[in-house]
Design a protein around this ligand. Structure first.
Ligand code: C2E
Ligand code: CA
Ligand code: CA
Ligand code: CA
Length: 277
């Protein structure tokens, strides 16, 4: 048995080592991504029932010189583990605020949502950093939404409420991302000064055919109505899904059916065209 165990270790070693090396290479490259200007901000529209763009979510992309476009699912987890998310998150906040100011200057003001990781949110000085970025970019804080996940709150309800309240006083909105996939209790939710719930795409995909997902969505909508929160449905890909949601409650829709994440310039141009119509 001992021999077999050793053989097994040997057998897996090269593959594991290759994985570890690949991860270190990625991490090394990620350290330079901001300074080399390899990060890009994409925007994905959030539309109302009439199909009008009401807001957009800012989603990071990494244009690597050799690897090509690296999706966030590859590098955000590495960034979280290594702490690089602090730098990436600050870049995302600044870039989103720049885009907010640009949209406003172009006469097409719009709400934009940026993802904020728990580490970034709970880092000391977060509020000051946000204030600095708002001042530096001239962005209107009342058009900025911060998307946070339910994991933010664990063990830190007081700190979370305090930080959110200070930013809310500036006019910033808060949205709970991937709602329903975490473990937030309704008691916590009630205490948070939030404005919006985002229904995770995993519930949207099968909702028209799966009674369990449909029931879950109805529960989320009931909670949102009770707490007077806006709702955004994420990952709407089909007309059937959109119709299913439209029958239930007013909300914003975000998904491939209405527009994929695209370079910010493209969406800002479409906004300008929408306003003319
Ligand atoms: P998320 O915040 O839940 O963002 C929604 C994800 O769903 C995005 O993936 C978006 O492209 C994708 N999506 C939108 N509509 C559809 C659809 O109809 N069908 C399907 N299948 N997917 C759809 P993306 O851009 O790959 O980002 C993945 C995750 O990476 C995000 O999930 C977020 O957690 C993280 N992320 C992205 N940008 C940032 C950032 O600037 N900061 C932080 N901390 N995290 C970010
Ligand atoms: Ca999000
Ligand atoms: Ca999600
Ligand atoms: Ca997420």
């Amino acid at each position: 048995a001992k021999e077999a165990g050793r053989d097994q270790v040997r057998f897996f070693e090269p593959e594991m080592q290759a994985r570890v090396e690949a991860r270190f290479a990625l991490e090394g490259d990620l350290r330079h991504a901001v300074e080399r200007g390899e990060l890009q901000m994409y925007l994905q529209p959030q539309v109302d029932a009439e199909g009008q763009i009401q807001a957009a979510e800012a989603l990071m992309r990494w244009q690597h010189p050799q690897r090509g476009l690296v999706p966030p699912s590859h590098f955000i987890p590495v960034a979280e583990e290594t702490g690089l998310i602090l730098e990436l998150g600050e870049w995302a906040m600044r870039e989103t605020c720049r885009l907010l100011a640009r949209a406003e200057a172009a006469g097409t003001p719009i709400r934009m949502a940026v993802n904020v990781s728990p580490r970034q949110f709970h880092r000391s000085g977060f509020i000051r950093r946000v204030r600095d970025i708002l001042a530096e970019t001239g962005a209107d804080p009342t058009r900025l939404t911060m998307e946070v996940t339910e994991g933010l709150v664990i063990d830190r309800i007081h700190q979370t409420v305090a930080t959110m309240s200070e930013l809310r006083a500036l006019g910033v909105h808060f949205s709970i991302d991937d709602f329903g996939t975490g473990y937030s209790s309704l008691a916590y939710l009630k205490r948070l000064p939030i404005n919006e719930l985002k229904i995770d795409k995993t519930f949207i995909q099968d909702a028209p055919s799966d009674p369990n997902d449909a029931a879950l969505i109805d529960t989320i909508l009931a909670v949102a109505a009770h707490l007077r929160l806006n709702v955004v449905a994420e990952g709407v890909e089909t007309r059937e899904q959109a119709d299913f949601l439209t029958r239930r409650a007013p909300m914003l829709y975000q998904g491939y059916l209405f527009g994929r994440p695209e370079p910010a310039e493209g969406l800002l141009e479409r906004l300008a065209a929408q306003q003319v119509m």
